[in-house]
Design a protein around this ligand. Structure first.
Ligand code: ACO
Length: 279
C-alpha cells in the first residue's frame, strides 16, 4: 500500500452469527497502533458494544501481525515533537479503548495470529480470553529500543506471569512463541495457525449459549476480586449477584427448573436452554 490509510480504514470488522470479528488493519505497518487507529478502534468498540447482533467480540490482526505495539513514529516521535499535550492526548486515546475493552459489555477474545509487542500487551490483557497461533511471537521489546515497558505493559506482565518470567521477559527483550506464552499464562491456549479461527469460533459459540447478564457479572468479578481481600471479595460477590438478579431474575430460576423439574440438561455438562426463558 503506497498511499496512507484513512482513519476509518485502520480497523476492519464484520459480524457473523453473533460474533464481531474486529481486526487491527494496518498490515503494511504490522498493525502498530497509531493515534488514528486508536481513535477508530474506540469508535468501532462503541458501535458494537450495545449492538444486539453481537454476543462475543474477537480481536485479531490483518496480515502477519496481531499488533507490533505502539507506532514508534506516529504515536511516540511525532507527538513528543508537539509537546506534552499531544503526548497526553495520544495516551488517553490508546488507554481509553483498552479500558473500554477491559470492562466491555460482551465477552472478548484476543485471537493472536502473529507478532504481539509492547503496547499490544494492553489490549491483550483487556481481552477476557486469549488464543494464539503456536508460532505467534510475543515480546516486551521496549528494552531493545531504550525504554521501560510502559502503557500498562509491566503491569500486564506482573498480572499474568510469575515474577521470574516477568523479570526475564522485560529485561532480556527476547520473544516467546505462542506455546511458551500459554505455558507462562500470558494466553489461554496456542494452536496451529490454520486451526486458530476454528478454535476461537468454538469458544465464542460456547459463550453465546450462556446467560449474557451472568457472563458480564462473571468477567467483571474475576477482574475486580483479584485486587480484593477475601472478605471484601465475598461481600462484593453477594452484591454483584443481587445486582445481576435485578436485571435478570428469571435466568437462574429457569436454569434450576430445566435441571430439577424438566430434567432436560445437567449444569455440570453444559448451559440451560436460554430460548425457553421468560422475561
Ligand atoms: N512502529 C512504527 N512502525 C512500525 C512498527 C512500530 N511499532 N512496527 C513495524 N513498523 C513498520 C516498519 O517501520 C515498516 O515500515 P516501512 O515499510 O515504511 O519501512 C513496516 O512497518 C513493516 O515492518 P518491517 O520491520 O519491515 O516488518 P517485518 O515483518 O520484517 O518485521 C517486526 C516485523 C519484527 C514486528 C518489526 O517490524 C518490528 O520489530 N517492529 C517493532 C516492534 C516493537 O518493538 N514495537 C514497539 C513495542 S514497545 C511499545 O509498544 C511501547
Amino acid at each position: 500500500m503506497t498511499t496512507e490509510r484513512s482513519e476509518e480504514e485502520t480497523v476492519a470488522y464484520s459480524i457473523e452469527n453473533g460474533i464481531a470479528w474486529v481486526k487491527f488493519n494496518r498490515p503494511e505497518k504490522r498493525n502498530c497502533m497509531s493515534p488514528k487507529l486508536n481513535r477508530q478502534m474506540m469508535r468501532v468498540l462503541d458501535e458494537l458494544e450495545f449492538d444486539d447482533k453481537v454476543g462475543v467480540l474477537v480481536l485479531s490482526g490483518e496480515g502477519s501481525a496481531w499488533s507490533a505495539g505502539m507506532d514508534l513514529k506516529e504515536y511516540f516521535r511525532e507527538n513528543e515533537a508537539k509537546g506534552l499535550g499531544a503526548t497526553r492526548k495520544a495516551q488517553s486515546e490508546a488507554y481509553g479503548w483498552w479500558r473500554k475493552l477491559r470492562w466491555y459489555q460482551k465477552p472478548t477474545i484476543a485471537m493472536v495470529n502473529g507478532w504481539c509487542f509492547g503496547g499490544g500487551y494492553g489490549p491483550l490483557h483487556s481481552c477476557d480470553l486469549a488464543f494464539a497461533a503456536e508460532d505467534a511471537q510475543f515480546g516486551l521489546s521496549e528494552i531493545n529500543w531504550g525504554i521501560l515497558p510502559g502503557g500498562g505493559a509491566t503491569k500486564v506482565a506482573t498480572n499474568l506471569l510469575n515474577m521470574r518470567n516477568a523479570m526475564y521477559h522485560a529485561l532480556m527483550g527476547e520473544n516467546i512463541d505462542g506455546k511458551t506464552a500459554a505455558e507462562w499464562g500470558l494466553i489461554n491456549e496456542a494452536v496451529p495457525l490454520d486451526k486458530l479461527q476454528g478454535r476461537v469460533t468454538e469458544v465464542a459459540n460456547t459463550l453465546l449459549e450462556k446467560n449474557p447478564v451472568a457472563l458480564k457479572a462473571t468477567k467483571d468479578a474475576i477482574r475486580r476480586v483479584t485486587e480484593m481481600t477475601y472478605d471484601n471479595a465475598e461481600d462484593y460477590l453477594i452484591r454483584a449477584q443481587e445486582a445481576a438478579n435485578s436485571y435478570d431474575n428469571e435466568g437462574r430460576k429457569e436454569g434450576i427448573k430445566q435441571f430439577i423439574d424438566d430434567k432436560t440438561y445437567k449444569p455440570g455438562l453444559g448451559a440451560y436452554d436460554k430460548s425457553k426463558q421468560k422475561g
